[in-house]
Write a protein of this length. Structure first.
Length: 89
């Protein structure tokens, strides 16, 4: 069974992989793909840190949503979508 915390870890690994790739050159005056990726990763880190999505045990989002499986499933679905987008690069 997938957990929210495992999906968060999967997304973080994909962010790391993308950021390790060579940077692409951009038109002058436009933000680079790497800088946009770093910004979205920082937003993701802020999100999961604030709600405990990366934690295990009683402090985890998985635990807090244990009786709201429809919400837990929705969070996992959103994280799956993010994973697919990151995997496509």
């Amino acid at each position: 069974m997938d957990t929210i915390s495992s999906k968060v870890g999967e997304c973080l690994a994909l962010y790391r992989r993308l950021l390790a790739l060579p940077a692409e050159s951009n038109r002058p005056g436009t933000p680079s793909k790497a800088s946009r990726l770093i910004a979205t990763r920082e937003q993701f880190i802020l999100w999961y840190s604030n709600i405990g999505a990366h934690q295990k045990g009683r402090g985890s989002l998985d635990y807090r949503l244990r009786e709201a499986s429809h919400l837990r499933d929705l969070v996992i679905e959103i994280l799956d979508r993010l994973s697919r987008i990151l995997a496509e690069g």
